[in-house]
Design a protein around this ligand. Sequence first.
Ligand code: ATP
Ligand code: MG
Length: 487
Amino acid sequence: MYQGIMEGLLTRCRTLSALATCSLRHSRCIVRKCYHCAPGRGQRLVVSRMFQPQNLREDQVLSLEGRASDLTCKSQRLMLQVGLILPASPGCYHLMPYTVRAVEKLVRVIDQEMQAIGGQKINMPSLSPAELWRATGRWDLMGRELLRLKDRHGKEYCLGPTHEEAVTALVASQKKLSYKQLPLLLYQVTRKFRDEPRPRFGLLRGREFYMKDMYTFDSSSEAAQETYSLVCDAYCRLFDRLGLRWMKARADVGSIGGTMSHEFQLPVDIGEDRLVVCPSCHFSANTEIVDLSQKICPDCQGPLTETKGIEVGHTFYLGTKYSSIFNAHFTNAHGESLLAEMGCYGLGVTRILAAAIEVLSTEDCIRWPSLLAPYQVCIIPPKKGSKEAAATEIVERLYDDVTEALPQLRGEVLLDDRTHLTIGNRLKDANKLGYPFVIIASKRALEDPAHFEVWSQNTESRASCPSPLRSPELQSRAAESQEPGCC
Ligand code: ATP
Ligand code: MG
């Protein structure tokens, strides 16, 4: 009876299989806490056990956030309302289980893209000694944005806002770096700390946030520019895979320095960056680097338009700015010691998540890039004591069959076991949380064969049939997610 459902989900599973290791590992960790057992069958992941602090009073939120007037953007409001994040102090958030799952999935997609171009993952300490920053002059230049502290011996540190100094000193310490080891692409995904003057918009501008930062070392300026293009292409692929509309804009090098820089921006009204865009040739630049009165595209002389964007990524060609300070050398084929040519490349991990929610969601309901949705499917059994309650067992069997037959979906399917609530109320919650698929047992679940309603939330469509996931709507959606190289 479930053959069709299985087939549809199987198509979807192929897309998810690349992320499956992460979710399976995760699901095993939480298995005891969040599942309830069905006699003789697998364990079910149930909504009632999810830790999801909700319904904070607005005054509670405001006192935790620190500022009333800045509680203004949609992603922040929705994420607080459904208990995805909880303010801890201004610009700092607790990430709740759904959010951690989404962040882990995002990190996994980032890992795939960075490793596909030769990136090697490392993890550097957040505590960064002041002398590194004094060497580059940024101890003073960064001013109050740098969160500074002293240890018990009076030694000064900052909490890393970025890691150019640390990584260059690390590479410089490898005295025998050979040209054969280049290009060297080192990256990490770690918490960054910046004492932002106005932390706001939830995860979009925090004081503590996750960033993916990659640092590259090349043997010549030509090779470094090739690496620069390679990383930019990887960023383009990443945003395409997430299904986000993005722009690559020429940008200012700011306090990081270097000679060439681009920002990856998601165009949206609440964006804090102002950009000029040429609709004819796709030239785009942050207004920080172009004359605001400039109305003509420098590349094709067409008229420029203005838009706002959220900066989700930033790339810099650094040259030898840092390698010359820390003596990050390599030995070339003739045995000569030369300075490495560097680049650095940031992606705001938590910012990408919030920005995606900002651009994809409706005013009332969260929508995720389908690769990042914390759970793919929510199954809603009938209300206890209702006419349809006799179908409860059939629905639970559907859950078990799906997760048994499609191991890739294990840990991705939730059963909304809050059967004291009506299906309508639980559907409203599911709609707000944005599971890509919701399966409901309505009256027709008692027919032979049993019929289920399947809601595809991202396309706002609904089908009722015994093999609902065979519907053209769902099939085409599944096919859409099957990009080459995705899984
Ligand atoms: P902004 O101009 O928005 O302050 P930035 O240019 O200072 O950002 P970078 O140093 O380029 O930021 O950092 C790399 C990436 O880290 C940014 O592109 C952004 O996605 C993310 N990021 C920077 N600051 C924050 C923050 N306060 N909260 C969340 N993410 C951030
Ligand atoms: Mg930037």
